[in-house]
Design a protein around this ligand. Structure first.
Ligand SMILES: Nc1ncnc2c1ncn2[C@@H]1O[C@H](COP(=O)(O)OP(=O)(O)OP(=O)(O)O)[C@@H](O)[C@H]1O
Ligand SMILES: N[C@@H](CCO)C(=O)O
Length: 320
């Protein structure tokens, strides 16, 4: 489970003493997630999520993420608002680690999204892109295309351990991606990890909220769409679900129509997005000791998606 840091009752009381939220009524660790430690906290003032930031989130990036969540919420996008203490601070410290309290959001994520969920998720993503316009914070995508080859160079052996010969295939993919990577597409704030576990739905199946902005950065909007297609539109048997993808793109374009250049770029962006998640999963796979509390995500799921993308996706009814 994703609770790497235990918090004692005394530590929680001391933390809450800085806020006007009354006494804690309930406090428990949340099993989901792999990156940070998350707790559900109920106080006399309502329900909150307490996050203690662990390994991947760089402390200097946390103000960017927290200010973005507030910016989006202030513009009507359903993302959790960070809660400020009496001194106006949202970024706090617990057990020597950075920590923040955010509003609890209602809704449920789905494990097996339907076509209707994909349409709703697509529309939610476009809302997010539009709400992010004008945000003054800047963050380079440090898991974007220029960073893939250096990251892979540290994990080539791990790739061959997973599947003999895979490292050479990935080298070739990386070279092709570097040559074909699109430039100059419309850009702004992207979520960059808009997976089904980070999107909540209402009981009637409507989009409710997005969480987990801890990979958010500046990049092409269409790259975020590509990450989302990969995360939502593949079947468990590894095949691409073109109907789900069409619904996702229809939902997205209800709010933000894609330009011809964005549409044309989507297949290569989706191939690159598959590479990004293959690489981070490969790195985490090696780094996670056997018997660890959190099971790492399977890199081979994304290796299979990469194989699909090597053939070229057909989107919008015409061969790409
Ligand atoms: N604002 C919120 N409202 C309600 N539940 C939340 C909220 N934020 C997080 N959660 C719950 O905590 C879980 C873990 O949160 P989150 O996805 O941010 O963690 P993470 O460790 O960063 O995970 P990931 O592996 O997706 O990067 C979510 O699946 C959800 O159940
Ligand atoms: N969504 C990521 C993990 C989140 O950090 C993955 O599936 O690899």
């Amino acid at each position: 489970m994703a609770v790497y840091t235990d918090i004692t009752d005394e530590e929680l009381s001391a933390f809450l003493a800085d806020f006007d939220l009354g006494q804690a009524l309930a406090f428990k660790g949340i099993a989901e997630g792999v990156e940070n430690s998350n707790f559900l906290l109920e106080t006399e003032a309502g329900r909150f999520i307490l996050t203690v930031y662990e390994k991947r989130a760089a402390p200097e990036d946390l103000p960017y993420f927290l200010n973005l969540m507030r910016w989006l919420a202030d513009r009507g996008f359903p993302s959790a608002t960070p809660i400020a203490d009496r001194a106006g601070r949202t970024l706090k410290t617990l057990r020597g680690k950075p920590a923040a309290l955010v509003q609890f959001l209602s809704g449920l994520s789905v494990r097996r999204p339907t076509v209707a969920h994909c349409r709703e998720a697509g529309e939610g993503l476009a809302q997010l892109h539009l709400a992010g316009e004008g945000y003054a914070g800047r963050r380079v995508n440090d898991l974007g295309q220029p960073y893939w080859a250096p990251l892979f160079s540290k994990h080539r052996k791990g790739a061959d351990d997973l599947k003999p010969g895979l490292a050479a295939t990935i080298d070739k993919d990386l070279a092709e991606l570097a040559l074909a990577w699109p430039r100059g597409l419309p850009s702004g704030v992207i979520h960059a990890d808009y997976f089904p576990d980070n999107v909540f739905f209402r009981p009637d199946g409507k989009f409710a909220a997005a969480i987990d902005f801890y990979f958010a950065c500046d990049d092409a909007y269409a790259y975020d769409v590509a990450v989302t297609l990969n995360a939502w539109c593949f079947e468990p048997d590894g095949s691409f679900n073109a109907t789900a993808a069409a619904a996702l793109l229809t939902g997205y374009q209800r709010r933000r129509p894609l330009s011809p250049a964005e549409k044309q770029a989507l297949p290569i962006l989706a191939r690159g997005a598959a590479m990004r998640f293959f690489l981070t999963r490969l790195a985490d796979w090696k780094a996670t000791p056997a018997g660890a509390l959190v099971k790492p995500h399977d890199p081979m799921e994304y290796e299979r998606k990469l194989a699909v993308h090597r053939e070229g996706l057909t989107l919008f009814g015409a061969p790409a």
